[in-house]
Design a protein around this ligand. Sequence first.
Ligand code: ADP
Ligand code: MG
Length: 308
Amino acid sequence: MPAMNDAPFVPRDVLEKPDQINTTKPDLSHANTDTPALGLPGEDGRIVTVLKSAGGCGASVVATNLAGEFCRQTNEAVALIDLDIQFGNLGFYLDIRPRHTLLDALQAGKRFDETFLKSLMEVHETGIHVLSAPRHMVPLDQIDEGFILKLIRLLKKTYPVSVIELSAGWAHWFGVVFSQSDEIVVVCEPTVRGASGLARVLQSLQDMMFDDISLNVVANKVQKYGESRRCVDQMQGTVLKPIQSIGFDEKSVEKAISAGMLLSQAAKRSIPYRDMQQIAGQLLKQINPPGEAELNSRKALVQPVPRG
Ligand SMILES: Nc1ncnc2c1ncn2[C@@H]1O[C@H](COP(=O)(O)OP(=O)(O)O)[C@@H](O)[C@H]1O
Ligand SMILES: [Mg+2]
């Protein structure tokens, strides 16, 4: 592993060919239009999107446990949506064998409405409502911006908070997800590879003109000493907000994953759980979600008045 120098870390330092990003930039000409992330009456639920800087950094662990913590701290149902459509396995982290998946939503066409969405969700004992990724590989281009926008609008109508996990490889419809998100959580490992991935993600968001996005960088698997801490300090230089850390504790995290449980259920006293609680609390303060009752009453205000 190359040694890290002490110079401040800037995204372009670790991007070998910064121009490359521009050439692969997805067409997002319509992603920034249409609806604002907040403010449409009847669509007041909040969206927290979890992105990863590289596979294996712990995005699924973070997404699942954030959703669980949102449930626990708000006492409301929280949606967890696996948009890692080709390799997503969030159900596995909660010991759920999904009867329905995102594919059912895709195939439903016009029938895809709030009731249909709810029927696809598997309800976990902790209050998380999970929409799983398709069981088989679905070509990325089978999903389009229109479908994603509809899915997110239905989520905002139905759940006070929804957590979306995205894949490591970016699809053209990611722009819609970003434009509809209240908070984006980028999970990265405190390593040179993690820092490089983080730089790419930040640079790409910037290239896509999502400068004003509310970005939260979470360094996962942070060890107390050594390279880990130094990487976190260096990454800190790339983002305007403080980086949040989740401690490294393989035993506790693996125990939870292999039991299909949340950290709050399997490793309540672990450092990663303590860190996760704090991050979830901070995010909740930032998004200030409505309660379900409030959501429903606002929705009622915009229901069309029946004629006659
Ligand atoms: N805080 C942590 N400490 C130790 N190991 C962790 C931690 N978070 C995640 N892991 C390990 O990292 C591996 C990958 O996690 P996962 O959430 O599946 O990554 P991703 O979704 O980003 O590909 C898991 O096997 C898990 O045990
Ligand atoms: Mg994952």
